[in-house]
Write a protein that binds this ligand. Structure first.
Ligand code: SF4
Ligand code: MSK
Length: 649
């Protein structure tokens, strides 16, 4: 494939060219080698659940083989596969949340991990119903961590829901029987229900998948975000740079890649250690340059301003610059291909988690009990490797953009407080944002999230959708690799407001001093978006499904995105997928997800591969929801004009 068709990113295009000149394989070559991908798999109608199979059934009703050996139809097979994807994604996010809870449990004044945000700890303790009186910060942290850890295997009752869930939404979940029980229990239930000889009804299967997805967004991911904020600090806006141009020719370059911040936080600290700095100077380097990829990159950029080297599709490209001393990874979204690729250069590929050992990598297990020393020994490997770099093989594309990251909800409220009107009720809420939505200054809000996928041109879908939203006065929030695509394209800069936005959004950005695209963090931080939407809905006395708010994953690839899409829809919002999920071999499952599910929970999936068409549909859907929003809000607040309550912006 022509390099320019693979990615809209000029840095990526330059390195694709280098890879092909040097005969080095990348994901695009492996994609091409697969030739046509399996149509049965792509449509979700190949079942491998028991060893009578695999059974491939026809995606066309009435034509070809209609049932697997046990009699399972395309509807059964596709719905089971979808549910297992949800369970896989929910497990990854929730296990991440659990690990952070364990770290909080070991935090202490004299330990490596400390409580950095006491205010957040007190807030979270309140929401778990834990009394704070007379307790030291450390013992409170342990109690909160224990309460969260008990949520995972809770034997009775249902999951403790955050206070940001509106009452109307809870009722919808109760009516649909999708109030989640314990986090682990729902995942195990899916594995049970999808095993041979259990659920063989698409409606029931999707219903179970919905309940499981809720343990992710409102459970494991929510815990992951809140506890990371307690431990490592709630993000505040900070200026950063993004794209491969952040790699420095004369420095030790270390890529931090993966998801969980427990290791990367310690690496950031260790990189400042005088012993490590001296080692770098002795090795002939001007210093240590940490750069991030994927969600670990998002975590450390939000809290420390670590520069972003790129998103999912740039993990191999960073190595291709020839200037990376080590790629240090924790869990999730890591290409096993990095083992072979790094061998073509001097780069060390260091795995650190027992959950993500990779053949051919150097495994140095991260020991959380001795986190700082452990991080130091990992980073030492990188520094000592500087001398092995072949400077004549170095090619760093000179592309990078500036932007602002770190919009936690507390930070957003902080910005909104700058424009609170004298007689609006009180500062410290999302009310100005709610005002803007009701008045129509902002037409709506869209969360653009998710990965890159070689089935579509890298970053194109993210950027097209984001630009079309902000041009039409729809504010955008971003997480994950979509956030990094936006950062690379300069859309996280405050200047983007003048360059790309409609009049209403531009005014809001000027007054609140924000970019039109707000970086809210990593994939687990979509919980921040849920909290924001829930709180705005509560201010307006609406259900989340009644707000002109939409989620989009234009280039998703991971099971985690399927879990996210499902909890977004279950929370009442539409989810636009730019890559079609493997369910289209079943008309029934496709109909449930893109149509009937709306009657259950108020939101639905759209499968739309053309981002221009997707953007048009999103804007139309926002306007459709808008028509109701003001009327409903006025009615429920028992006033005749929303302006009576507040003039808004
Ligand atoms: Fe085939 Fe049924 Fe076994 Fe699936 S569960 S592999 S459809 S026999
Ligand atoms: S890292 S899940 S490629 S967004 Fe969260 Fe990026 Fe997708 Fe991984």
């Amino acid at each position: 494939m022509d390099e320019n068709l693979r990615s809209v990113d000029l840095a990526a295009q330059e390195l694709f060219q280098k890879a092909s000149e040097d005969n080095i394989e990348t994901l695009w070559d492996r994609k091409a080698a697969l030739k046509t991908q399996c149509g049965f798999g792509e449509q979700g109608v190949c079942c491998r659940i028991c060893n009578m199979g695999p059974c491939r059934v026809s995606p066309v009703p009435g034509k070809g083989v209609q049932r697997g050996i046990c009699g399972a139809t395309a509807d059964v097979i596709a719905s089971r596969h979808f549910a297992r994807m949800v369970a896989g994604g929910a497990s990854a996010h929730s296990d991440h949340g659990r690990n952070i809870a364990h770290i909080l449990h070991m935090a202490g004044e004299n330990g490596n991990y400390k409580v950095r945000d006491e205010k957040k700890l007190l807030e979270v303790a309140g929401r778990w119903g834990i009394s704070t009186e007379g307790k030291s910060i450390d013992s409170l942290a342990h109690e909160v961590a224990e309460a969260a850890l008990n949520e995972f295997g809770k034997p009775f009752g249902s999951m403790t829901l955050p206070p940001s869930v509106p009452e109307q939404r809870k009722k919808v979940w109760e009516e649909n029987k999708i109030v989640p029980r314990a986090i682990d229990r729902e995942v195990v239930s899916i594995m049970h229900a999808t095993t041979m000889g259990c659920t063989a009804d698409a409606d029931s299967m999707i219903n179970l998948a919905m309940r499981t997805s809720m343990t992710d967004g409102w459970g494991g991911s929510y815990i992951g975000t809140e506890f990371s904020d307690i431990l490592f600090g709630t993000p505040v806006p900070r200026e950063i740079e993004a794209n491969l141009g952040v790699i420095q020719k004369n420095m030790v370059n270390i890529v931090l890649h993966g998801h969980e911040p427990s290791l990367s936080e310690m690496v950031v600290l260790a990189s400042e250690d005088p012993e490590i700095k001296t080692l770098a100077t002795k090795a002939g380097a001007e210093g240590i340059n940490l750069v991030g990829i994927c969600c670990t990159g998002n975590e450390v950029t939000m809290r420390h301003g670590v520069k972003i080297a790129g998103n999912f599709h740039q993990q191999e490209l960073a190595v291709l610059t020839g200037a990376i001393e080590a790629v240090i990874v924790d869990v999730q979204c890591i290409f096993p291909a990095l083992a072979n690729l790094t061998r073509c250069f001097h780069t060390k590929f260091i795995t650190t988690s027992p959950l993500a050992k990779i053949t051919g990598a150097t495994h140095i297990e991260f020991n959380e009990e001795h986190a700082y020393e452990s991080a130091k020994s990992i980073i030492r490997e990188a520094v000592e490797n500087f001398k092995n770099r072949k400077q004549d093989r170095v090619q760093i594309p000179q592309y990078k953009s500036q932007g602002t990251v770190g919009y936690s909800n507390r930070a957003i409220i902080g910005q909104l407080d700058r424009v609170v009107n004298s007689y609006t009720d009180k500062p410290g809420t999302f009310k100005p944002l709610a005002d803007c939505l009701v008045s129509g200054v902002l037409r709506g809000a869209v969360g653009v999230v998710g990965c890159n996928n070689p089935k579509v041109k890298s970053d194109y879908g993210h950027l097209e959708i984001i630009k079309r939203m902000i041009a039409n006065d729809v504010i955008v929030v971003v997480t994950g690799c979509a956030a990094q695509a936006a950062a690379k394209a300069g859309l996280l800069s405050k200047d983007a407001a003048t360059k790309y936005c409609g009049e209403g959004l531009r005014k809001v950005c000027e007054l609140a001093d924000i970019p039109p695209v707000l970086h809210m963090g990593s994939c687990v931080d979509i919980s921040r978006i849920l909290e924001l939407v829930g709180e705005v809905a509560k201010i307006l006395h609406l259900d989340m499904s009644e707000l002109p708010v939409i989620g989009a994953a234009p280039e998703w690839m991971s099971e985690k995105a399927v879990a996210i899409g499902t909890y977004v829809v279950s929370s009442g919002l539409d989810a636009f997928l730019g890559v079609v999920p493997p369910v289209t071999g079943s008309l029934e499952v496709t109909d449930i997800l893109t149509n009937r599910i709306e009657n259950w929970v108020g939101g639905k999936f759209y499968f739309e591969t053309d981002p221009v068409v997707a953007a048009e549909k999103m804007l139309a859907r926002i306007e459709e929801k808008r028509a109701k929003v003001e009327e409903i809000a006025l009615q429920r607040m028992n006033i005749t004009k929303y302006d009576d309550l507040s003039p808004g912006f």
